[in-house]
Design a protein around this ligand. Sequence first.
Ligand code: NBP
Length: 477
Amino acid sequence: MAQFGLIGLAVMGENLALNVERQGFSVAVYNRTAEKTDSFIAHRADSKNIVATYSPKELVAALERPRKILLMIKSGAPVDAVIKQLRPLLEDDDIIIDGGNSYYEDTARRSRELQASKVNFIGMGVSGGEVGALLGPSLMPGGNKDAYEAVKPVLTKVAAQVEDGPCVTYLGSGCAGHYVKMVHNGIEYGIMQLIAEAYDLLKTGLGFNHQQLHEVFSAWNASPELNSYLMEITADIFQYIDPETNTPLVEMILDAAEQKGTGNWTVISAMDLGVPVPTILTAVNARIMSAYKEERVKASQVFDGVSGRYQGEGFVDKVRDALYCAQICAYAEGMTLLKAASQVRQYHLNLSEVARIWKGGCIIRAESLKSMQQIFHEQPNLSMLLAPHFKQAILSRLAAWREVIATATQLDISVPAMSASLAYFNSYRRDRLPQNLTQAQRDYFGSHTYHRIDQPGTFHTEWTPVDAASLQTGTAD
Ligand code: NBP
């Protein structure tokens, strides 16, 4: 009997099956299209402790109890379809783990539905792409705690390993795991956009070539502030030459970014919970804007484009400082969102543990997560930007951050996420924002009332003498 079952043999599933097997567990696999199973068994899984099965029934029969079945299939309707097939075949205490990028509300619903039967359900975010899946991903499981304990021996070995343990932890009940994965992806959107803006500033603002870009990003990646997986792959990308055109491949790639929805979901959830996430929101907008390629090309012929090169000194270091500050904001937005969601949805998230499991395997792994892990360990409820470490980091770079935004504006280079993060920081540190005027306007046109700063209670003012005629025609709102 096999110790672990896996359904879905696309890139992620194949690599996770090989990873689980490499850690000493026997694996049974099933894929809807049998040819893929045959090809996997004949090639990559050849002479491995992996057995092929050709139906859900055969897979279930091949597994020791309690059965542990990981789904690595396309999210959405396929997950419901496969759970429907499995459910009548499974017995008490068997465990289904959904390792896909499922929408967290779907995971919450599936958890509730499966609770009625005695089948356990774990919604688990998996990050690290196909290489991570093979060599060690960051795993973000949530759901039934006892079920997690049953699969923990496998997950702790399969996950990426960092200095203080495997990049996996039990995150909380229901959809906690998929919620954390969604926010991970939201932060990923933010950081990728910030890096893209830094590239644009150096390429367009300074005229750097790809060798120079490679050197700058490599140097940044070597610094403790900016050391990260995304920085490392960015440095690599600048060196890759397209064999067909003999130019850097990145310049041959269409500038229209695609997305699969996790950034959108993060922003929608943040808006629902009343958490500002401007860096992440702007990153989603930037991808949407990039997709308007044809219209942008037309507009570029109507309006003047970029208005020259930066002529001053030390711009590279200033961009580095702005990038670091803005990245801190992207993480802070994500962590604040997790804290709010945890309170409202009762996940009981441990943010220090979240930072710890993001230190290895995942796409947003970065040296600076060590500081977040420590900060949230010492003060779980502290707002990240107020932690002395990050406060100092930002204050010492604020002048550079400001100057980069000002310079970009003068050169007509759009840096939406860097600007949004600076505005976020500047709003966050203001004791009085202009929304007193917003409240006055709301009360003026819609009698929405307001609070005063000098006395308790709710107030409404007749801002102008009431004009019966205008009231009858209805001018409010
Ligand atoms: P895909 O997301 O491309 O899904 C392909 C797999 O889903 C195939 O095995 C396919 O079977 C199966 N499938 C589909 Br489509 N509809 C099905 C159905 N109705 N019943 C049964 N199986 C069905 O694969 P992936 O890129 O390996 O990703 C797997 C999951 O992991 C996704 O949720 C993805 O979002 C997530 N994820 C991906 C990455 C990444 O880097 N790719 C990273 C992290 C997480 P078939 O062969 O019969 O068509």
